[in-house]
Ligand binder design. Structure first.
Ligand SMILES: C[S@@+](CC[C@H](N)C(=O)[O-])C[C@H]1O[C@@H](n2cnc3c(N)ncnc32)[C@H](O)[C@@H]1O
Length: 229
């Protein structure tokens, strides 16, 4: 089970109409998704015109898809949304600061019963969790154990939300580098970190206590979540 199957299951269960994706790159996750209104945001799309056209034939939902060559901050600052969002997939810049901003801005535009899915919340090893400024920055640093996978410190956004947002339910599905699931619901449980403590958390802390810090759930939990939608 990967991010694409899971996002599609959420869209289907909710009969969701509006899907927005932050960080689309080559369209691996965006093009296959079936939803009535699709919005892609990336300052650096990497798909060709031909692949965009091929994907219209493979998935007709792509005919009406909208593409914004913008950072997520610029998108939310400058583009007026015509509909509130049902499902948002956050997979842009993998830093704590930016992923948190992406969640906050997405929440402002999300329906009350909407769902945010955030990629890369459960880095598989220390090198993949290196808190760099960007993918290229991380790749240039000769980090010991580097495999080309980079989740950065997105995991801290999960810890922040679980500490400060008592109006959100947040958990992470243990698959595909960790899929954070955020809904506007009473939280199942919380953390109690201060901002200063969050800033000081390290990969060692995550490694010692992944289940608790991330509210990590096995993939079997997905059915329970879908049934609750
Ligand atoms: C990991 S890739 C996305 C992969 C894609 N979602 C998938 O599943 O195949 C991350 C993308 O985020 C984009 N990105 C980086 N900073 C961003 C920002 N501030 N706003 C939106 N996208 C950003 C990058 O250009 C890159 O294409």
């Amino acid at each position: 089970m990967n991010r694409i199957n899971i996002i599609q299951k959420i869209i289907d269960k909710k009969m969701a109409r509006t899907y927005l994706e932050i960080g689309t790159a080559s369209g691996n996750s965006f093009f296959p998704i079936k939803a009535r209104r699709k919005i892609a945001i990336d300052p650096n799309f990497t798909f060709s015109k031909i692949s965009k056209i091929k994907w219209i034939f493979k998935n007709f939902c792509n005919i009406r898809a909208k593409y914004y060559r913008l950072s997520s901050d610029n998108y939310y600052r400058n583009v007026k949304l015509s509909h509130r969002l049902d499902v948002v997939f956050i997979d842009g810049l993998h830093t704590y600061q930016q992923s948190l901003k992406d969640v906050i801005n997405s929440l402002s535009n999300l329906k009350e019963n909407g769902v945010i899915v955030m990629h890369d919340c459960n880095p598989p090893h220390r090198a993949s969790a290196y808190p760099a400024d960007s993918y290229n920055h991380a790749a240039s640093l000769n980090i010991s154990g580097w495999t080309g996978e980079w989740c950065g410190d997105v995991w801290k956004t999960i810890c922040y939300l679980r500490s400060f947002r008592k109006d959100l339910n947040v958990f992470v599905l243990n698959c595909d580098y960790g899929l954070g699931i955020i809904t506007k619901r009473k939280p199942e449980n919380n953390l109690n970190f201060t901002e200063e403590e969050l800033n000081k958390l390290t990969y060692d802390d995550l490694e010692k206590n992944r289940e608790e810090l991330l509210n990590l759930k096995p993939i079997e939990f997905l059915d329970r979540f879908l049934n609750s939608l």
